[in-house]
Write a protein that binds this ligand. Structure first.
Ligand code: CUA
Length: 157
């Protein structure tokens, strides 16, 4: 097959640029010691079960009336699997994983996180609408990924 020499030059240029950019990305990431966003809390993924407050996952009421929800993700479930929240509650979720990367997504809200072992991810949402919310893992985490979900009940109290 004949390839015009200009065509060949462009192909070599294109591939060379790809390699250059990939190498630059790797060099930048390694030399800057790139990790998840700054300010994220770290945790020993093997010691989650005995690290407060993750040793007792669930909902906590703060003195100002808002809530904190501590979640542990593992193959293939969330702990707690069901959480009941009063309508109008402002809830800050703290989520970590004991094994692999999971997702933490509550459709109908702005809660959409990646759960990374060794790190605590956090997001806040105000639950104004009563009803049942689904909590799903939306990062492929293994053979039982599709069974990894939880439920959040927002109820009038
Ligand atoms: Cu956990 Cu998918």
């Amino acid at each position: 097959m004949h390839i015009h020499r200009y065509e060949r030059a462009w192909m070599i240029f294109g591939v060379a640029m790809l390699v250059v950019f990939l190498v630059l990305l790797a060099v930048a990431a390694i030399s800057n010691d790139v990790v998840p966003p700054s300010g994220m809390q770290q945790i020993d993924p093997r010691a989650v079960a005995r690290t407060p407050p993750f040793d007792k996952p669930g909902l906590r009421r703060l003195p100002d009336g808002s809530y904190e929800a501590y979640y542990v993700a593992r193959v293939f479930s969330f702990d707690p699997s069901v959480l009941t929240i009063p309508v109008g509650a402002k809830v800050t979720f703290y989520v970590t994983s004991t094994d692999v990367v999971h997702g933490f997504f509550i459709p109908g809200t702005d809660i959409n996180m990646m759960v990374i072992p060794g790190w605590v991810n956090t997001e806040t949402h105000v639950f104004r609408r009563p009803g049942e919310y689904l909590l799903i893992c939306h990062e492929y985490c293994g053979i039982g990924h599709q069974n990894m979900f939880g439920k959040i009940e927002v109820a009038k109290v």
